[in-house]
Design a protein around this ligand. Structure first.
Ligand SMILES: Nc1ncnc2c1ncn2[C@@H]1O[C@H](COP(=O)(O)OP(=O)(O)OP(=O)(O)O)[C@@H](O)[C@H]1O
Length: 252
């Protein structure tokens, strides 16, 4: 198995009003290509910070992060931005959609910005529309982003995260704001993507979501306290049940 993400002794602290808070505290983690990893843990334990730091969205304070064998600390801001644009997909809570663009234009924006290919805009639009069709939101293509539901917007975020065919998708609470049906649909799409070979790392508070992953990490005080491998051959109910009892053991 090829390693896609190698994290060693990762530390991250913030300074607010001259007071230093250490959020990640010497964390080690390896994720192999094709894994779907859930990050769980109490509120404030550092889950989102971990996601932002290993994906290069935020600067680490110490340690090392290698993505596809490349040491992120050795990359310039421009090289990092290119890596994020071409090789990583993001589904983050704040969603970061541009308010003055339609849903479709938001989805294709990363492809328009990418220098990797000189794909004509017409082709990019076609690919964006195909993704929207696949995720069942093609009818919203020309809508403003405030004219769609939370579930539709989350699916649009998934389309956008996929438009450059990334090697890995980072998702922070991808189902957080959704009802059970939308949440299941979004997870179905992420699982499909993962089955097609995309590595996924997602933060969630929902054991139902985590049970669909190949590995669950439990973070406490900025470090991994335990890991759990849901048995993907077992039924969804069985996986959830064993995950829930493991979470209780972890202090959930
Ligand atoms: N930009 C920032 N500046 C200062 N402190 C921050 C910043 N971002 C996060 N923190 C602090 O770092 C700690 C961990 O935050 P983080 O968002 O990673 O936790 P989390 O486990 O994802 O929490 P939740 O489950 O509530 O989303 C918190 O105490 C938070 O206040």
């Amino acid at each position: 198995m090829n390693k896609i993400l190698e994290v060693k002794d990762l530390c991250k602290s913030y300074e607010v009003n001259k007071r230093k808070t250490t959020v990640l505290n010497g964390l080690d983690l390896t994720i192999n290509e094709g894994e779907m990893v859930a990050v769980m843990g109490p509120s404030g334990s550092g889950k989102s910070t971990l996601l932002y730091t290993v994906s290069g969205m935020d600067k680490m304070s110490a340690g090392s992060v290698k993505f596809c064998g490349k040491d992120m600390a050795g990359l310039s801001e421009g090289e990092l931005a290119e890596m994020r644009l071409d090789d990583m997909g993001f589904i983050f809570q704040q969603m970061y959609m541009m308010k003055n663009l339609s849903v479709l234009d938001n989805i294709i924006l990363p492809a328009i910005k990418s220098k990797r290919t000189n794909e004509p805009r017409k082709e990019t639009v076609k690919r964006g529309q195909e993704l929207m069709r696949k995720l069942g939101i093609i009818d919203t293509a020309d809508n403003d982003i405030n004219e769609v539901s939370g579930g539709q917007l989350q699916r649009a975020c998934i389309c956008r995260s996929m438009i450059n065919s990334p090697k890995m998708i980072f998702a922070d609470e991808p189902t957080g704001a959704l009802n059970r049906t939308s949440s299941e649909e979004v997870m179905e799409e992420l699982t499909k993507l993962n089955n097609e070979g995309t590595t996924v790392m997602l933060v969630t508070h929902d054991a139902k979501v985590a049970a669909k992953c190949s590995r669950v990490l439990y973070i406490v005080d900025g470090n991994i306290k335990g890991e759990f491998d849901p048995d993907r051959k077992a039924s969804v109910q069985e996986r959830e049940k064993s995950l829930n009892s493991w979470l209780i053991d972890m202090g959930w």
